[in-house]
Design a protein around this ligand. Structure first.
Ligand SMILES: [Zn+2]
Length: 467
């Protein structure tokens, strides 16, 4: 079941050989005076300043991941645990118990986020970390789960090392991060940042059940979900698998995310003329599908060269018969980049290509912008804390943008926020093959723990510093 560990990172993990990588030691203090000493090359020699070394026990984390993975939908592939369904619900009961065992105070907020709190010395605002335990259908064991169970391990390791924080530390399992039957992602993190609208609650699934009803059946009051904004956190950081191949190809264990890409979605519709496919000569046709094909290839060509990605993942052609020249074609075009100018330039060029194809073919064209989410830059202070934690631990972190959505996008509205990536084997995710080397799990959780300590020491956020 478990694929062999890729060997190619070994050289980049420099500070420990494979034989002792299972337990990584992170010195979690001294960040202000000497970042160079946060992690020792030899765990047993980890310097003790204040609370002493923080040891990440990756075997314990793997055991937790395996226990949670047992809560899966039996008739679905992979590690399926879709939001609100029985496996998701019972997995959370397990998680709440595990949080309590670790000594966290467990609560579920009005929006259905499961929160474990480790009490600090009373400084205002919590240092928050977390991710999600729901999955897509056929998903894997690590997407989201790492950020929750890794956060739990970080809290456990800080406590074991006797390290007190000025702020409360909260480990959160956000409700429903993945796109769900109601076409809405990040339900819990949207709600606590004021991003959930009443219209969202009135969305219905294929059976006509509203999201409000689903929340109520899950034991949450939909009205509270609308109004339950969180008090402003001190800072937020999420640990997540990359879900792409960039870190693996670069041979790096730690990614510092620069920002979450902007996503621009457009529906382009071509209106041609329906004719007999046997009798209408080629030079007399107004073929909507061929115009659509030109747009699809234009998007692919325009998105080459890095800087962003472009996809036309959905196409519909009417009437969809072999013996009829198509009179209607719809192309759903999506562009993603961390650079808004990249997106707008490619969009304009793609639509110009569509217009040229339509005009040459005598086909009508209409364009409908479906959504335009701007990029979300990660906070420089949080990025700095992650980078410092990684470098002090002997890693050479890679800066990269996140092409995927995360709860961090939502939380960045109310808190300075950052995102740590660890590699995904072959860049695979949202599938049963999803896998991350235990050494990289240990690296990511160790960097998370040291980042939490770094964030704890930041001065209070300046008002208006977030969106
Ligand atoms: Zn995720």
């Amino acid at each position: 079941m478990k694929p062999p560990a890729p060997q190619r990172y070994t050289a980049n993990h420099g500070c420990y050989g494979r034989e002792n990588r299972a337990t990584a030691a992170f010195r979690s203090d001294g960040l202000t005076d000497s970042l160079a000493g946060v992690m020792s090359s030899q765990p047993r020699d980890a310097p003790r300043v204040g609370g002493g070394p923080v040891r990440i026990d990756v075997e314990r984390v793997l055991a937790d991941i395996a226990e949670l993975a047992a809560y899966r939908e039996p008739d679905e592939p992979g590690s399926t645990r879709r939001v609100f369904r029985d496996a998701h619900r019972s997995g959370r009961v397990w998680l709440a118990a595990r949080m309590a065992e670790v000594g966290l105070e467990v609560e579920t907020d009005g929006a259905g986020n499961l929160i474990g709190t480790r009490t600090g010395r009373g400084a205002p605002g919590a240092v928050v970390t977390g991710s999600h335990t729901d999955t897509v259908r056929g998903g894997g064991r690590y997407d989201g789960v790492l950020g929750v169970l890794g956060g739990l391990e970080a809290a456990r390791a800080l406590s074991a090392a006797g390290i007190e924080l000025e702020h409360d530390l909260q480990v959160v399992d956000f409700l429903g991060e993945e796109p769900n039957d109601w076409g809405l992602s990040c339900v819990g993190s949207r709600a606590v940042t004021g991003g959930l609208a009443r219209a969202d609650l009135e969305r219905t699934d294929a059976h006509g059940r509203t999201l409000a009803r689903a929340l109520a059946d899950f034991g949450r009051d939909p009205e509270t979900a609308l109004t339950g904004r969180w008090p402003l956190p001190h800072a937020f950081v999420e640990l997540h698998i990359e879900q792409g191949p960039v870190l693996e190809l670069a041979g790096r264990a730690i990614g510092v995310v620069t920002g979450i890409v902007g996503v621009h979605r457009v529906l382009v519709e071509f209106a041609g003329r329906r004719d007999h496919a046997g009798t209408m000569p080629m030079d007399q046709r107004h073929d909507a599908a061929c115009a659509a094909a030109e747009l699809m290839l234009a998007v692919e060509a325009l998105a080459q060269g890095g800087g962003g990605v472009g996809t036309t993942g959905r196409v519909e052609v009417e009437p969809g018969a072999m013996n009829v020249v198509p009179d209607r074609a719809r192309v759903w075009m999506e562009l993603r980049s961390i650079d808004p100018a990249w997106v707008s330039e490619r969009r304009d060029a793609a639509l110009a290509a569509a217009a040229a194809a339509a005009s040459r073919r005598g086909v009508g064209l209409s364009v409908d912008v479906l959504s335009d989410e701007p990029p979300t830059p990660m906070d420089p202070q949080v990025r700095g804390a992650i980078d410092a934690a990684a470098r002090a631990a002997g890693y050479d972190p890679l800066e990269l943008a996140s092409g995927a959505e995360h709860d961090t996008r939502q939380i960045a509205r109310i808190a300075r926020s950052g995102l740590i990536f660890v590699p995904s084997l072959d860049g695979r995710s949202h599938c049963a093959e999803e896998w991350t080397d235990p050494a990289d799990l240990a690296a990511g959780i160790g960097v998370l723990a040291a980042t939490i300590v770094g964030l704890d020491r930041l001065p209070p956020p300046s008002p208006g510093a977030v969106r």
